[in-house]
Write a protein that binds this ligand. Structure first.
Ligand SMILES: NC(=O)c1ccc[n+]([C@@H]2O[C@H](COP(=O)([O-])OP(=O)(O)OC[C@H]3O[C@@H](n4cnc5c(N)ncnc54)[C@H](O)[C@@H]3O)[C@@H](O)[C@H]2O)c1
Ligand SMILES: [Zn+2]
Length: 354
């Protein structure tokens, strides 16, 4: 069975990993196992999961309504009450079966309940396979501000099984693909080249494990994001502000995480040409690739102002200063770069001019 180590956990690949899960659940003799789902993963993923898990276990299903809009403390409160009513104790465990909303929130719920119970992540979207379920960042949004409340705590292990992707719609698949492109941009030019023209034909299986390996290597070196781990936030300073702003406009205007990050990567690549020497050829290559996959979003002057106002809440800030991750070249990122307001404005202008 293929597996990749992270800081204090591991990611197991493929159908065989369910045997390892069954053995672990048996060894740990949990008093109760909560499988945490949303309505879509309940319908599309739970039957397959249960079919693969051999053995008799005390399982209860807890379901929440899907969507980023529900990634809140209120939802957590409801789930904590449900866990309490079901009799979950410190010898119980949670299995988070879903996309990044389920794994981010499930990890947070588990790590706070009775000061922490074991949890396992089984990502069912491309985005959660290559990114959200790996590395231990858990949490919820605060109002429209993304991921402001949370803890870093790794699951017992993660199972990546791409069979779940069969029911995922194309827009969601592409959202995850943005994080894979990011992995190439920050640390592996060959991987970027291999991915950029071939969303359909790349062997997705192999690419998923390359992405997990890139993320795991970074997380192992700096699990608490004191330094190097910041590079995983390329595209996310502006991307999160744009995502938060569009989230505040309601569900029909909302951008998917990867869609917002794609915009953030274009703008931050532009800033990289000013601050860290990214060549204009590479900027063109990045912009045209991302536009080709994600199209263009109309960002008005008002949208820009409101998104920029949200930057002060970015989690990489310290002492009131906003810090960016930029590229020296494709495959090499640097972090903690400060940007002048004028240049920020120009980054939005650059995106609008494409
Ligand atoms: N913790 C981290 O390091 C990290 C990294 C990146 C992103 N994130 C977070 O991840 C979240 C986004 O994750 P996401 O894109 O997976 O979103 P998501 O969990 O909202 O899933 C997207 C949609 O797909 C549905 N779905 C999930 N699996 C399915 C399947 N197999 N078949 C059919 N439908 C399915 C879900 O119900 C949902 O409607 C954001 O909240 C983001 O902040 C976290
Ligand atoms: Zn992301």
């Amino acid at each position: 069975m293929k597996s990749i180590k992270t800081a204090s956990s591991s990611v197991l690949f493929g159908a065989e990993s369910y045997r390892k899960l069954a053995e672990t659940l048996t060894d740990k003799n949990y008093s109760l196992i909560i499988v945490f789902v949303d309505e879509n993963t309940h319908e599309n993923c739970l039957p397959y999961f249960m079919g693969n898990l051999e053995g008799e276990f005390p399982i209860e299903i807890v379901e929440i309504e899907s969507g980023e809009i529900n990634k809140t403390l209120e939802t957590c409160s409801g789930v904590w009450e449900a866990l309490s009513e079901l009799g979950v104790d410190r010898k119980s465990a949670m299995i988070n079966l879903g996309g990044g909303v389920i794994t981010d929130m499930g990890g947070f719920i588990a790590s706070c309940f009775k000061r922490g119970i074991d949890f396992y992540n089984i990502p069912t979207t491309l985005l959660s396979m290559v990114d959200a379920s790996v590395g231990g960042k858990t949490g919820v949004d605060l109002g429209m501000l993304k991921n402001q409340i949370g803890v870093i705590v790794e699951p017992e292990f993660v199972i990546v099984d791409q069979a779940y992707l069969a029911t995922l719609d194309k827009r969601q698949l592409k959202s995850g693909f943005a994080e894979m492109l990011k992995h190439g941009l920050i640390s592996d030019k060959d991987y970027w080249k291999q991915l950029k023209d071939s969303f359909n034909s790349t062997s997705i299986d192999e690419a998923i494990s390359t992405s997990v390996q890139i993320k795991a290597d970074v997380v192992q070196k700096d699990p608490r994001e004191n330094s190097l781990r910041k590079i995983l936030n390329f595209g996310h300073t502006l991307g999160h502000a744009i995502e938060s702003y569009f989230l505040s406009l309601g569900e029909d205007k909302m951008l998917l995480h990867g869609e917002a990050i794609a915009i953030g990567m274009i703008m931050e690549a532009y800033l990289s040409t000013i601050y860290t020497g990214l060549s204009s050829d590479e900027l063109d290559e990045i912009s045209s690739t991302l536009l080709n996959h994600y199209g263009k979003v109309n960002i008005s002057n008002q949208d820009k102002k409101e998104a920029i106002a949200l930057l002060k809440f970015d989690k990489k800030n310290s002492h009131g200063q906003i810090k960016y991750v930029l590229l020296e070249r494709i495959g090499k990122a640097v972090f903690d770069i400060q940007i002048k307001d004028n240049d920020l404005n120009d980054a939005f202008e650059y995106y609008n001019s494409l």
